[in-house]
Ligand binder design. Structure first.
Ligand code: NAD
Ligand code: TYD
Length: 359
């Protein structure tokens, strides 16, 4: 029997990582996934409940921290991975404004430790076929005006402690490729949405507040623009990059779906009002509240995904309205998951972030 490919996924209990593992186990029967996650507030074993090792012997879970260099070196030595998908990060901009230290610790120091462990395995095993996929964000490029797109050569200009720490980790990753030859690619992706997203980010927060008839807090004038990508499309792009991306390269990944925040919120109100059979007098749009803006709030993100399309033949398969409808239906049918993630710590965060925003 042919042996399985050992793939390490960091942050696999988070939003994108858990979608990625589910997708990879379904589409790559020759992969065996080692999922390493510290289970911070954003990491949730329930995201993987259907993939527990008893149900899926090709999925192994390690409760560990990417800053733990000793643990990483032992694991790499024991398992000899053929690939690494590095998702683990502190990922929420608002948290990075209020509590930045964890972002430097995990995103910069943790990435460094993972690169060190990868390099030492790769060198000690005679530099075999291997690839490290460093998963990053379009936010490293800063803010766009009303026209233009981020390309792979756009200079970095991060605005928040989150994007600055991701920028630092991108530079470190590329340096390990340039200096030591570690086979590696960096991906910079636009805003994801879909099942299992923690309800601190715009789309799940708004879906749940609409369902529960709570205020819908819109930062600033609501006209900031994001490019939205359905999470499964992102997962497919990452597998394309792993299999055929060129070492040392950056690939931008985006959905070509630019919307002002207020337009996203209006769409969510309309789709949910239909599903919840709310009449015109009960429109959820009445819940919208304009609140104090996020400091350093980037105005517009937009990705030129021409390189990954022409080199690797990737394009998103889900339009925004299609992806949003599937996402809404997922939250409506997974309210037990929602109740479980909204612990006391979650409520403390909501108070900390939103209490001082009323204008
Ligand atoms: P998430 O916050 O949902 O999940 C992050 C995961 O990392 C959690 O499971 C958490 O427990 C784990 N983690 C955090 N610190 C850790 C540590 N020190 N050691 C081990 N595990 C740790 O994030 P996400 O939205 O799934 O994002 C995943 C990656 O994709 C991040 O690197 C993020 O920068 C990048 N990204 C996200 C988006 C987006 O829209 N969500 C867009 C582009 C890129
Ligand atoms: P978010 O989901 O935090 O992603 P990012 O900041 O990484 O793009 O926010 C998406 C957009 O929505 C961003 O412009 C900020 C805005 N936003 C609100 O207006 N209200 C909110 O409560 C949140 C969480 C975000």
């Amino acid at each position: 029997m042919k042996s399985l490919k050992k793939i390490l996924v960091t942050g696999g209990a988070g939003f994108i990582g858990s979608n990625f593992i589910r997708h990879a186990l379904q589409t790559r029967p020759e992969w065996e996934i080692y999922n390493l996650d510290a289970l911070t507030y954003a990491g949730n074993p329930n995201n993987l409940a259907d993939l527990s090792p008893d149900q899926n012997p090709r999925h192994h879970f390690f409760h560990a921290d990417i800053r733990d260099g000793k643990f990483l070196k032992n694991l790499f030595q024991k398992e000899s991975f053929e690939g690494v998908f590095h998702f683990a990060a502190e990922s929420h901009v608002d948290r990075s404004i209020l509590e930045p230290e964890a972002f430097v610790e995990t995103n910069v120091l943790g990435t460094f430790r993972l690169l060190e462990a990868s390099l030492s395995q790769w060198e000690q095993t005679g530099r075999p076929k291997f690839k490290f996929v460093h998963i990053s964000t379009d936010e490293v490029y800063g803010s766009l005006g009303p026209v233009g797109y981020f390309t792979e050569t756009t200079p970095y200009d991060p605005s928040s402690p989150y994007s600055a720490s991701k920028a630092g980790s991108d530079h470190l990753a590329k340096a390990y490729c340039k200096t030591y030859g570690l086979p590696l690619v960096v991906t910079n992706c636009s805003n994801n949405y879909g099942p299992y997203q923690f309800p601190e980010k715009l789309i799940p927060l708004m879906i749940l507040n609409i369902i529960e008839k709570k205020p819908l807090p819109v930062y600033g004038d609501g006209k900031n623009i994001r490019d939205w990508l359905y999470v499964v499309d992102h997962c497919e792009a990452l597998i394309r990059v792993f299999e055929d991306g060129r070492n040392g390269e950056t690939y931008n990944i985006g959905g070509s779906a630019e919307y002002e925040n207020i337009a996203v919120i209006h769409l969510l109100c309309e789709l949910l009002d239909k599903r919840l059979q709310r009449g015109p007098g009960e429109s959820s749009k009445n819940l919208i509240r304009m609140v104090k803006d996020r400091p350093g709030h980037d105005r517009r993100y937009a990705i030129d995904a021409g390189k990954i399309k022409s080199e690797l033949g990737w394009a998103p398969r889900h339009g925004f309205e299609d992806g949003i409808s599937q996402t809404i239906d997922w939250y409506l049918t997974h309210m037990a998951w929602v109740h479980a993630v909204r612990s006391g710590r979650y409520r403390e965060w909501i108070e900390k972030n939103y209490d001082k925003r009323d204008q």
